[in-house]
Design a protein around this ligand. Structure first.
Ligand code: GLN
Length: 197
C-alpha cells in the first residue's frame, strides 16, 4: 500500500514520522503534485493553516484531482486544518477569511472553536473501536464540530463532545494523533483503508 501525506504546509514531518513506524511492506509519499497523488492508495491531510493549505492546493493544481479521488472513495484521514478543508459548512467567526472547502464531510465546523484561553490543550479522547485506555488527544487551535449531519457518523468524543467523524472512507479529527506518540488510530485507519473496495 502506498500511503500519502499531503505535503504543502503544516505538520507534515510529524505525519511522515508517525507513518514510518506504522506502514510495513508499503511506501510513504509526500504528496505535492497531481502525479504524487495518482500513486497513493490512502492520504493523510495534516493540520496547519487551512487558508494557506487551500491556496497551495489551488496553486499546485491539486484541488480538482484530490476532489475527484475523494469522491471516488480514496481513504483519507484528515486532522484539524484537514478537517476544516473537508467540512460541509464553516461557521462564521473564525480567524480571518474562511478558506474554500471540499464539502465532503457532513459537519458544520467553527475554526479555532475553543477560543483563545483554551487554544491548545491535551485531553482524553474516546475512540470507537479502540479498546483499552483513552486516546491522548492533542488539540492545537482546534476547530470545533458544531453539527453532524446524516452523512457523517461520530467516532471520537472528548468530554462528551464529538471531536472526530467518519463520512464514507474519510475520517476527520479535530485533534492530532500524529503528535501523541500513540499509533492506534493510524493503524485502525490503515487497516480499514487496506480492506477498502
Ligand atoms: N486554526 C487552524 C486553521 O483554521 C487549524 C489549526 C491546526 O490545524 N492545528 O486552519
Amino acid at each position: 500500500m502506498n500511503v500519502g501525506v499531503l505535503a504543502l504546509q503544516g505538520d507534515v514531518p510529524e505525519h511522515l514520522k508517525a507513518l514510518a513506524g506504522v506502514v510495513r511492506g508499503g511506501t510513504v509519499t509526500a504528496v505535492r503534485t497531481p502525479d504524487d497523488l495518482a500513486r497513493v492508495d490512502a492520504l493523510f491531510m495534516p493540520g496547519g493553516e487551512s487558508t494557506t493549505i487551500a491556496r497551495l492546493l489551488q496553486g499546485s493544481r491539486l484541488w480538482d484531482p484530490l476532489d475527484a479521488r475523494m469522491r471516488a472513495g480514496l481513504p483519507v484521514l484528515a486532522t484539524c486544518a484537514g478537517l476544516i478543508l473537508l467540512a460541509r459548512t464553516l461557521a462564521p467567526g473564525g480567524p480571518g477569511a474562511s478558506p474554500p472547502t471540499f464539502g465532503l464531510v457532513d459537519v458544520e465546523v467553527r475554526r479555532n472553536g475553543y477560543g483563545s484561553q483554551r487554544e491548545s490543550f491535551e485531553g482524553p479522547v474516546r475512540v470507537e473501536d479502540l479498546a483499552g485506555e483513552a486516546f491522548p488527544g492533542v488539540f492545537i487551535r482546534a476547530p470545533r464540530i458544531l453539527d453532524v449531519g446524516p452523512g457523517a457518523r461520530p467516532i471520537a468524543w472528548h468530554e462528551g463532545e464529538v471531536v472526530g467523524v467518519r463520512h464514507g472512507a474519510i475520517w476527520a479529527l479535530t485533534f492530532h494523533p500524529e503528535l501523541s506518540g500513540d499509533r492506534r488510530l493510524h493503524r485502525l485507519f490503515l487497516e480499514g483503508a487496506a480492506n477498502a473496495p
